[in-house]
Design a protein around this ligand. Structure first.
Ligand code: CP
Length: 307
C-alpha cells in the first residue's frame, strides 16, 4: 500500500512500495490500448504541472495521464508567470494552492526545490526532475520497461553509461533498481563520475567495455551539451569514439540485452541511430510506460483506487 504524501525520489522507497507503483502502472497501461481511453478515476481532482525547465516527455505524459483519468489539469510556465516579476517559488506555490490544487507536479533546476514545496504545502508534490538530485518517475518507467521485457528485476545486470555526475536519472535508476534486487554498474569518463562514489555502493568503471560485458540492460545517458563549456570531454567526436554505444560495443552485452535511453537523444554522440532504432532498443516503449507510471503515481498519491 501507499502512505506517502509526496513522491520526491526513489531513495528510501521500499521494495513493496516500488512494487505497488509498478503493479498499478501495469494495470493502468491497459487503458492505453483501448480506443476509448477516458476514465473517471480522478474526476474532481485538480493537478498543476509547474515546469521551470524544458521537457517534452515528462510534462506531456503527466498531462496525458491526468487527462485520461479526468483530472482537472493546469500548466504553468515560469516564462509567462509572475515568477518573471520576482515572485518567489514559495509565494507562487502558495497562491496556486489557494486556488485549490490537490497535487503539484514540479520540475526545477535546483536540487531539493520539490522537497522545499512539499514540506510547506498541503497539496501532494511529485518531483518531475530536480537539478542533479532525482527524477523518480523516470526511474519507475525504466524499471517498468525492464520488468515487462525481462519478467523480473532481481539479479539483472544493468549498465548505466555516460554523464553519471550530472544525471538525476542515473540516481533514481540506481536507488530503484538496487531496491528491486538488480545489480547496477556505472561507467563514465572520470570527469563525469561523482566525487564520492562509495555512497552509491556499486561497481564503477572508467571504460564502457567493462560495464557492458554480459549486461542484461544498457542504459545510455544523454550527454548534457549545455555543460560542455566546462570541458568535461575533449570533443564530441572523441566522446562518441570512446563512449558511444556502437554496435560492436553492444555485442559485449548479452545478445538479448535491452538498449535504453531516457531521452532526448543526441544521435551520433552517445548513441548511433542504428542502435537507437535497432532491434534491441526499447526507448519508445520507455516513453509509453511513462504515461502508465504517471497514471499510477497520480492515483496513488491522491488516494484513489485504479478502477
Ligand atoms: N526523460 C525526460 O525527462 O525527458 P524530458 O526532459 O523531455 O521530460
Amino acid at each position: 500500500m501507499w502512505h506517502r504524501k509526496d513522491l520526491l525520489g526513489l531513495e528510501g522507497l521500499t521494495r513493496p512500495e516500488l512494487e505497488t507503483i509498478l503493479d498499478r502502472a501495469e494495470r493502468l497501461k491497459d487503458i492505453l490500448a483501448q480506443p476509448e481511453k477516458k476514465r473517471t478515476t480522478l474526476r474532481g481532482r485538480s493537478v498543476l504541472t509547474l515546469f521551470f525547465e524544458a521537457s517534452t516527455r515528462t510534462r506531456t505524459s503527466f498531462e496525458m495521464a491526468g487527462k485520461f483519468l479526468s483530472a482537472d489539469l493546469t500548466s504553468i510556465s515560469p516564462s509567462t508567470s509572475s515568477a518573471q516579476k520576482g515572485e518567489t517559488l514559495l509565494d507562487t506555490a502558495r497562491n496556486l494552492e489557494a486556488m485549490g490544487f490537490d497535487l503539484v507536479v514540479m520540475r526545477h533546476q535546483f536540487s531539493g526545490a520539490p522537497q522545499f514545496l512539499a514540506e510547506r504545502l498541503a497539496a501532494h508534490v511529485i518531483n518531475a526532475g530536480d537539478g542533479l538530485h532525482e527524477h523518480p518517475t523516470q526511474g519507475l518507467l525504466d524499471m517498468m520497461t525492464i520488468r515487462e521485457k525481462k519478467g523480473r528485476l532481481d539479479g539483472l545486470q544493468v549498465a548505466i553509461i555516460g554523464d553519471i555526475a550530472h544525471s538525476r536519472v542515473a540516481r533514481s535508476d540506481l536507488w530503484g533498481l538496487r531496491a528491486m534486487g538488480a545489480q547496477v554498474r556505472l561507467a563514465g569518463p572520470a570527469t563525469m563520475l561523482p566525487d564520492d562514489l562509495s555512497a552509491f555502493g556499486v561497481d564503477t568503471f572508467t571504460r564502457p567495455e567493462e560495464a557492458l560485458e554480459g549486461a542484461d540492460v544498457v542504459m545510455m545517458l544523454r550527454v548534457q551539451l549545455e555543460r560542455q563549456q566546462r570541458g568535461l570531454f575533449p570533443t564530441p567526436h572523441e566522446y562518441s569514439r570512446f563512449w558511444g554505444l556502437t554496435p560492436e560495443r553492444l555485442r559485449l552485452a548479452k545478445p538479448d540485452a535491452l538498449v535504453m535511453h531516457p531521452g532526448p537523444l543526441n544521435r551520433g554522440l552517445e548513441i548511433p541511430t542504428e542502435v537507437a532504432d535497432g532491434d534491441q532498443s526499447v526507448i519508445l516503449e520507455q516513453v509509453t510506460n511513462g504515461v502508465a507510471v504517471r497514471m499510477a503515481c497520480l492515483t496513488l498519491l491522491l488516494g484513489v483506487d485504479d478502477k
